[in-house]
Design a protein around this ligand. Sequence first.
Ligand SMILES: Cc1ncc(COP(=O)(O)O)c(C=O)c1O
Length: 486
Amino acid sequence: MKRSTPITIEWKPDRNKNIPVYKQIIAYICEQAASGRWPIGSRLPSQRTLAGMFGVNRSTITAALEELASYGILKSSYGAGTQIASNTWSLLLPSTWNQYVSSGYFQANQAAIQAINHLEFVPDMICLGTGEPDPRLFPKKLWEETLSGLKGRIDSLGYLEPLGHLPLRQAISEHMKVLDIHVPPSSILITSGSLQALQLISVCLLKTGSTIFTEAPSYLKSLHIFQSEGMCLSGIPMDKQGISIPALEQRLKAGRSSGSPVLYTIPTNHNPTGITMTDRRRQELKSFCAANRLPIIEDGTYEELSFDDAPLKPLKASDKTGNVIYLGSASKALAPGLRIGWVAADEPIVQRLGDVKMQMDYGASSISQWIFAEFLSRGFYDAYLADLKGELRRRRDNALASLETHFKGIASWNIPTGGFFIWLTFLREISVDALFEKAARAHILLNPGDIYDFKKSNSLRLSYSYVSCEEFRKGAGELARIVKEL
Ligand SMILES: Cc1ncc(COP(=O)(O)O)c(C=O)c1O
């Protein structure tokens, strides 16, 4: 048998470092193997000797050697002890990268959201909180017509200009006139969903340390886009008419000194509460923001889903000064997988966002932009939307009736006038975390209020968009039973 090379160790882990001792040992052994100082076949001293050399417990050595063996860097065999088995980068890489996993500045998702993102794909799960249109409502025929309309017309799928596909921007500019938003195509930037628009705003327009005022609860709280950039979210209470202006005023006065504050608001079919800001509140909010030079990000992601025949105008509609950046999306009324959203704002703003977007991804998917442009310009969107809203209204009524049957005396809730969501608050304090877990075991997926709120929440975001009437009824009945047992 070939004699293995003896190895020497003149190193000890540094206990003052932030890195766990066993990870330092792993890194040290990897480095020795990768540099060739410990060639393949080198035999390591016994675990007891290693523990003495490194000045650590034997269990620390065992943990480090097991991890190295799992990467294939070490192997143990009877009679030959533990030897270096590999020094290739491909095998060493996992341990090196593992140390970097959470080094980046972007914060991880909340644990509950990570769980939801997986559980949504479990078959037979009744998703009572999912903020998406039911895939069974997908307008197959319309899309088939749209796609066949494009037959032979797509002459290239190259990168598009920085603001996005011109025919799409023209179609969106035309489309937004119904909302009384009048902006030329040069003031529209196509993004990969409105989510990307938020990210672009955070990296292009806002300073680290700035305060973002928003409704409490808010969709924004479920993301870490602004916090990851070192900004601070400040949740402003809502009433049935929308965000509370006296509370905003108080908060603004108290914290104005930090960075350049902005207001992020979802006035129409708010996520997660389903509240639509009244017209009066909209006017007051606009005057307040203008007087206090507080710029507004208006999230119109659910704009088109109001059941009212004469929906309220967005804040952007009468914006003469450019104080409002408006975000639109094709996700909620049509297809989230298209990943198409847009920003409507003054030209210097969209130019700046577009320039950075080019550095990030060279533009939203060209094929999606072609398809959505075709969809809009074919002129059947209005009829489709009327059908979708009819169905959503039917589902809302069914959801409210189910809650009346199963949750009377247990919880209170609001009556949304559009969108997907009902905000349900339990009358007695319950552990929403425990409810989430028990419900998931019973194949009911919930969106706990904590995800969106700024304080401990006793609420759930319910959604009637993703499940059929029957599924909602069944899910609500089962949920009420679990709540009573808690
Ligand atoms: C209020 C709000 N804004 C933005 C988004 C992001 O949507 P998308 O990126 O799909 O356009 C969502 C998605 O749930 C949302 O609820």
